[in-house]
Design a protein around this ligand. Structure first.
Ligand SMILES: C[S@@+](CC[C@H](N)C(=O)[O-])C[C@H]1O[C@@H](n2cnc3c(N)ncnc32)[C@H](O)[C@@H]1O
Length: 280
């Protein structure tokens, strides 16, 4: 229990620290890159007829706002996130946008949601960071009304997502403090194992579990590639402690490692993910 608590604090610290800052600062670029997933979730909400939607690990809230626009004034689109700076940014962007999206700053694993208060629980890459995934998905299930559905997008394995690990492979020889990825631990690839994902959902009481692979082409501007490669994930964390010379060397190595993905002024990669469905 103490170990779970300290890992939970680790995630909270990360998302309320360097990772949260990096996501807020790169919000516009990340939202453009991840737009195809937002479109997919908006389609799922429209097709389901749901009127009360929860966006888990909503970050700066692009998907929450997109769903608020679809639901209109009579629907409810709520986002929950553990990161104060991400939620602050989400609220600010929502004010500018004049949508009715609402935001909760809390840990979705333990937050006391009103029982049976949502018809659809969805997420764009926000459910892989739970330190006790069974407890978290059970908590989310209780927030769902009878028959409510789950629609969560998570990454498949690092091997199936070479773009996502390009930076750390290039930077590893230069960064002795680079943290290795731990299989099945809270993190980007924490739910990459579909059998484990199914077992987590079964144990937390979800039914009609449906886990299917989706391969989505994403793009970002070449001009943002070095910043992208050095700000996120283990490289972003390790570089916080690096001196200027190492930072420059890493930036150079990382940028050239991404060459195979560059097409003119655009970067293209395939995001290999699971689309995870279930029913309360
Ligand atoms: C990869 S980001 C995705 C953000 C957003 N869904 C998007 O697509 O732009 C993961 C998000 O999950 C949030 N998160 C991590 N652990 C969480 C938890 N236990 N409860 C709520 N949010 C969490 C992080 O703060 C972060 O905003």
């Amino acid at each position: 229990m103490a170990a779970i608590q300290s890992r939970s604090d680790e995630q909270s610290k990360l998302w309320n620290g360097s990772a949260g800052c990096a996501w807020v600062e790169a919000q516009a670029m990340l939202d453009r890159t991840l737009q195809p997933f937002e479109d997919l979730l908006v389609q799922a909400v429209s097709a389901s007829g749901a009127r009360r939607v929860l966006d888990v690990g909503c970050g700066t809230g692009s998907t929450t706002r997109a769903i608020a626009r679809v639901l209109g004034a009579t629907g409810r689109s709520a986002g929950i996130d553990i990161s104060e700076q991400m939620i602050d940014a989400a609220r600010m962007l929502t004010e500018l946008d004049r949508t009715s999206a609402e935001f909760i700053c809390a840990d979705a694993q333990t937050h006391a949601f009103a029982p049976a208060s949502f018809d659809l629980i969805m997420s764009r890459f926000g459910t892989m960071f739970f330190t006790d995934p069974v407890a978290a998905f059970a908590n989310l299930r209780r927030a769902g009304a009878q028959g409510a559905t789950l629609c969560s997008i998570v990454w498949r394995s690092p091997e199936e997502n070479p773009f996502m690990t390009t930076a750390e492979r290039a930077a590893a020889p230069l960064l002795p403090n680079l943290q290795p990825r731990r299989a099945d631990a809270a993190g980007q690839f924490g739910l990459a194992d579909a059998r484990r994902m199914r077992a987590i959902l079964e144990e937390s009481g979800w039914t009609a579990i449906d886990i299917r692979p989706i391969d989505v082409t994403c793009t970002l501007p070449e001009s943002e590639l070095t910043s992208y490669g050095t700000r996120f994930g283990p490289v972003g964390v390790a570089l916080r402690e690096a001196d200027p010379h190492t930072r420059a060397q890493v930036a150079k190595a990382v940028r050239s490692a991404f060459d195979p993905y560059v097409q003119g002024d655009e970067v293209r990669f395939t995001a290999s993910c699971w689309l995870v469905g279930g029913r309360c």
